[in-house]
Design a protein around this ligand. Structure first.
Ligand code: SAJ
Length: 426
């Protein structure tokens, strides 16, 4: 194949996307403003941890099918995969998307297809990207084709999901949709679903909002169940035996760059209507404080707390919007002495001091598990109990599989037991 692709943004999505297109025969240029990222990739290495990415990147760079650059180059197809952070008032900061679109203008030629993969509020493709290209003298749908194709891959499984997941392709017009769909059809094994730009934008946001609202429901139910001495996890297990019910799992909050942010992109566009979506965000945002207040029931003021897990979810090295960071902050504000262990996080990723497992447990009055890393499933509870001052395990992710008489084990199903259990407070 002699097709060329230029990907703007070599982050969690843009880098694997560049690599997978190159692996499927495209000639790819990856563009990033960060020189270290560019140099690292041109060396055949990657700056993020993702299953299988390092080997595949090394292969396509060595084969000469993937190059990294600081500026866009001419290509048949452009994919924009830059971040859309939110501003202090929680609306989408589109400055990266806008400047990425602008940066293409000098290299664009008639017949090019431009695809925005970054998550964006509804109508952004038509109301913001299209006018920039139009002002540069291009007629969209005739000279250039423009579409939104949201990324929907799960960290840890990105290379597999890029190929196997269904893709939604929403063009500014039918021709744009068809052109963009053909790009993905070169390697996607899932369905390539063609629609308009607005439906594509909104459906991506609703997928993550659906999960956020469902998790909020589970979290709210956990608070209610704790008050009423009911086992929330048992309730979820039983209710989910119904063929049309899928309650999600409660936890210390909702992290990551998607579920915790995407709902706000809907709220900002329709603040009067988005009542349930806003409430769900509030419930999930309240969970770190809820967890900290449960711990406060059972640990003496100033006491040591061992925290296992900082990443926003299990088996990844990602701290973005992690509820664990917020729980740690609340606990620190309460004046507790916090010791943290996370085998997936490197010290340079955080200002919080990380320790090894044994040091973290040493003298602790509670072990608080905030991330469901597989490594935490089989904890040696005898060792845990020996190191701790008070052998109490609070598992907010219900992930520990080992049970033992050496420790008191509490999860979101029996949090109410904390009201009665605390020798440290007596
Ligand atoms: N969580 C719960 N309870 C649950 C499920 C998740 O508390 O029952 C928490 C997790 O611990 C984590 C957060 O929610 O803190 C988000 O985790 P996640 O695994 O649900 O989602 P992400 O953010 O890693 O990835 C999501 C995915 N979207 C959906 O599953 C609908 C992924 O497919 C998207 O590509 C990604 O968002 C994205 O980029 O939008």
């Amino acid at each position: 194949m002699d097709k060329t692709l230029c990907v703007i943004g070599l982050g969690y999505i843009g880098l694997p996307t560049s690599v997978i297109f190159a692996e499927h025969g495209w000639n790819v240029t990856g563009v990033d403003i960060n020189k270290t990222v560019v140099d690292t990739l041109n060396d055949g290495r990657v700056h993020i941890k993702e299953n299988g990415l390092d080997e595949m990147a090394a292969r396509v760079v060595t084969a000469g099918r993937l190059h990294a650059r600081l500026k866009p180059v001419a290509a048949d197809v452009f994919i924009i995969a830059v971040p859309t952070p939110h501003t202090d008032d929680l609306s989408a900061d589109l400055s990266y998307v806008e400047s990425a679109v602008r940066s293409l203008v000098p290299v664009l030629a008639k017949g090019n297809t431009i695809i925005i993969e970054s998550t964006i509020p509804p109508r952004t493709t038509r109301d913001i990207a299209k006018p920039i290209l139009h002002a540069a003298g291009f007629n969209i749908g005739e000279d250039l084709y423009l579409a939104h194709c949201p990324e929907r891959v799960l960290p840890g499984r990105i290379l597999t999901e890029l190929v196997e997941n269904n893709r939604i392709i929403g063009g500014i017009d039918d021709r744009s949709t068809n052109m963009a769909a053909d790009v993905y059809r070169t390697f996607v094994k899932g369905k390539v679903l063609e629609t308009d730009a607005e439906s594509a934008e909104m459906s991506k946001l609703m997928e993550n909002t659906y999960r956020d609202v469902n998790i909020a429901l589970a979290n709210e139910m956990t608070k209610i169940a704790t008050e009423l001495n009911i086992d929330a996890l048992e309730v979820i297990r039983l209710a989910n035996e119904h063929p049309r019910v899928n309650l999600h799992q409660p936890g210390p909050g909702v992290g990551g760059h998607c579920l915790a942010i995407d709902p706000y992109f809907i709220i900002e566009k329709s603040p009067e209507q988005a009542k349930l979506i806003r409430k769900a965000r509030e419930v999930n945002e309240s969970m770190p404080m809820f967890v900290a207040s449960q711990v406060q029931k059972v640990v003496r003021p100033g006491g040591k707390i061992a925290v296992f897990g900082l990443a926003y979810k299990g088996n990844i090295d990602d701290l973005r919007e992690s509820p664990a960071l917020k729980v740690v902050k609340e606990l620190a504000d309460f004046g507790f002495d916090i010791q943290i262990y996370d085998p997936w996080i490197r010290q340079e990723q955080t200002m919080l001091p990380l320790m090894d497992r044994a040091e973290t447990l040493d003298g602790a009055e509670a072990l608080l598990i905030l991330t469901d890393h597989a490594l935490f499933k089989q904890l040696d509870m005898k060792e845990v109990a020996e190191k701790m001052h008070q052998p109490l395990v609070i598992d907010t992710k219900n992930c520990v599989e080992t049970r033992s008489e050496h420790v008191q084990y509490v999860n979101f199903g029996n949090l109410h037991e904390l009201n009665a259990c605390c020798p440290a407070k007596q």
